[in-house]
Design a protein around this ligand. Structure first.
Ligand SMILES: *[C@@H]1O[C@H](CO)[C@@H](O)[C@H](O)[C@H]1NC(C)=O
Ligand SMILES: *[C@@H]1O[C@H](CO)[C@@H](O)[C@H](O)[C@H]1NC(C)=O
Ligand SMILES: *[C@@H]1O[C@H](CO)[C@@H](O)[C@H](O)[C@H]1NC(C)=O
Ligand SMILES: *[C@@H]1O[C@H](CO)[C@@H](O)[C@H](O)[C@H]1NC(C)=O
Ligand SMILES: *[C@@H]1O[C@H](CO)[C@@H](O)[C@H](O)[C@H]1NC(C)=O
Ligand SMILES: *[C@@H]1O[C@H](CO)[C@@H](O)[C@H](O)[C@H]1NC(C)=O
Ligand SMILES: *[C@@H]1O[C@H](CO)[C@@H](O)[C@H](O)[C@H]1NC(C)=O
Length: 510
């Protein structure tokens, strides 16, 4: 069966559509080794490279990301390696009033190896003021001390190579969708890039991020919190209140983070928000493949078709954790696109879409991955190591999803129930937003998560009370007003314009 599946997973078309057409006619890309990417293909990839470069604050990555000589693999995780107190914002779209820092620290990979990792920090103009009504030590906010409540932000898929670090994106990847908005409400935001993104860890300046390895991402988040507290003790108390929140890949990392808090609690933890988490990515893929094999194309849910496109990144991520697996699930064509196009350019999600999913480079389902590749013993082992849900966790937790999300609702639903079964004393609530999609749901649910964060920071439990009342497994649907008439798409519909020169400032006048 020939399948015309949706070309973009998690980000893509909307961004590609606004790419300025200033790419070279003849490719100057270092892709001589590719056997499947012809001149037309290379021109298309060049558009992606140009777009990505224009989206980055520094090309190449600036010296901040080089590993300091002091780094040793024997260091404790959470060790501070570098602090840039005031990041020059000239190349960023950070809104007025906010400032930024960058830190480098040690984290721990899925295998337990100590790895250097980077994060950005956004500072508000002034701290969110609150009265901790529930604390025995009731003091007014942290205003008097000049300290900030903290939100740890876990980003969704940006890519798997070193250039895909959100701290080097002009708009920090999620801009007003999450980090800017949180900063503008008075929360300090610490946002890890995830190990393998930003700081080069591999040989020959190469690096590859273990995408989908949620417990490793949870380490990156937890140690970023430890490190930022060490870097800025005058602004962040070592036990100051914090909430962790993430989307998509970052949503699953948040689930792993809540499970990590049950085993390795951190002072000040007030709860976790997981937006659109693909909790069990291999199960989701298998479920999609089964639907595709058994249903006529007209009856296939959109998420099943979209999920096919994640296979190259999944196979590459498993190879990062298990080098001897060596991309076994890829076909010769997808192996060539990943290793001889993506890897030499170290490119990210927009170019990945162009290289695999968008005509003229679109691969058919049988060219993307080998049949039954998810049955390989290494894949099964990785799948078990990274799956979240059904384990003890520390709440309160809020799981948010769009009714039409690319994350299948039934799998999330099962994971909520499975987690509550083993952690009855914890609070976990799932809220579905009617008609909403993978990125738009961040905005449709904003009222909900923003007030949830403020309540948690103010010391109240998930019911808004001081008493600890567990509420595990509650599910509700938020109906959207005029939901049939809003913009629904898999991609963000909130783009931030970048203006490269003062001569183009006119573009910003509405
Ligand atoms: C592109 O390459 C072709 C063949 O190598 C050459 O004939 C043509 O002049 C080149 N075009 C540009 C714009 O450099
Ligand atoms: C901003 O970007 C320009 C163009 O890429 C670069 O030359 C400059 O060094 C960057 N400035 C800072 C402060 O990073
Ligand atoms: C991680 O651990 C697995 C299982 O022990 C091993 O096969 C693999 O080679 C290790 N990966 C790396 C990058 O060392
Ligand atoms: C990995 O697989 C590729 C493609 O099948 C092959 O060319 C290469 O030699 C393999 N590498 C190793 C180290 O086995
Ligand atoms: C790629 O997309 C084009 C245009 O939609 C379509 O005609 C073609 O069949 C697709 N190719 C493959 C291999 O799926
Ligand atoms: C895939 O695996 C299943 C069960 O292990 C088997 O029945 C089926 O024949 C396999 N399909 C292919 C194409 O190898
Ligand atoms: C919204 O669209 C659905 C599907 O097309 C339709 O069944 C429903 O009646 C519409 N609702 C309103 C309020 O227009």
């Amino acid at each position: 069966m020939k399948l015309a599946f949706a070309p973009a997973y998690l980000v893509g078309l909307a961004l590609v559509a606004v790419t300025p057409c200033i790419f070279a006619q003849n490719s100057s890309l270092p892709l001589s080794k590719s056997t499947t990417c012809d001149e037309k293909c290379q021109q298309s990839v060049q558009r992606g490279v140009t777009f990505e470069q224009e989206s980055h604050a520094h090309t190449p990555l600036d010296d901040f990301y080089s590993i300091p000589a002091s780094f040793k693999p024997s260091m404790e995780p959470g060790t501070l390696l570098r602090v840039e107190t005031h990041t020059n914002l000239i190349n960023y779209t950070v809104p007025a009033g906010l400032t930024m820092s960058r830190i480098m620290y040690t984290s721990q990979s899925l295998n337990g190896t100590i790895v250097p990792a980077s994060a950005y920090v956004l500072w508000p103009y002034a701290p969110f003021e609150y009265t901790d009504k529930c604390s025995s030590n009731r003091k007014r906010g942290n205003k008097a001390e000049g300290k900030f409540p903290l939100v740890a932000w876990a980003h969704g898929t940006s890519g798997q190579f070193v250039k895909c670090a959100p701290s080097n994106y002009r708009s920090l990847q999620y801009h007003f969708m999450a980090p800017y908005t949180l900063g503008l409400e008075g929360f300090a935001v610490v946002a890890p890039d995830y190990a393998g993104l930003g700081v080069t860890t591999g040989p020959n300046g190469e690096s590859s991020h273990a995408w989908g390895s949620s417990p490793a991402g949870a380490n990156d988040v937890a140690y970023a919190i430890d490190a930022v507290r060490k870097a800025f003790p005058e602004y962040l108390a070592t036990d100051g209140p914090f909430v962790a929140m993430g989307h998509s890949q970052g949503g699953s990392i948040m689930w792993a983070f809540a499970e990590r808090q049950a085993k390795a609690p951190q002072a000040g933890y007030r709860g976790t928000i997981a937006i659109s988490p693909p909790t069990r990515v291999v199960d989701i893929l298998n479920s999609a493949l089964a639907k595709i094999a058994s249903l006529p194309a007209s009856q296939l849910p959109a998420w099943a078709l979209v999920t096919l496109g994640i296979q190259p990144k999944l196979i590459a991520a498993i190879t990062t954790v298990y080098p001897s697996y060596n991309y076994s699930g890829m076909t010769p064509t997808s192996y060539d696109r990943w290793n001889n196009v993506m890897k030499p350019l170290q490119v990210c999600l927009p170019t990945e879409n162009l290289a695999f999913n968008i005509p003229p480079n679109n691969l058919s389902a049988s060219e993307i991955a080998k049949p039954n590749w998810t049955a390989h013993s290494t894949v099964l082992e990785w799948k078990d190591r990274v799956a979240v849900g059904g384990k003890k966790f520390k709440g309160p937790m809020l799981a948010i999803v769009g009714e039409n999300d690319v994350i299948p609702l039934d799998i999330l639903d099962q994971d909520v129930d499975a987690s509550c079964k083993v952690s009855k004393d914890q609070s976990l609530e799932m809220v579905t937003f009617q008609g909403s999609e993978h990125f738009p749901v961040i905005q449709t649910s904003r009222m909900r998560w923003m007030s949830w964060i403020k309540e948690r920071i103010s010391g109240r439990d998930a019911n808004g009370d001081c008493a600890k009342v567990a509420m595990c497994g509650k599910k509700s649907v938020v109906k959207g007003f005029n939901s049939n008439y809003t913009v629904h798409s898999i991609t963000p519909n909130w783009l931030v314009q970048w203006v490269p020169t003062p001569q183009e400032m006119w573009k910003l006048a509405l």
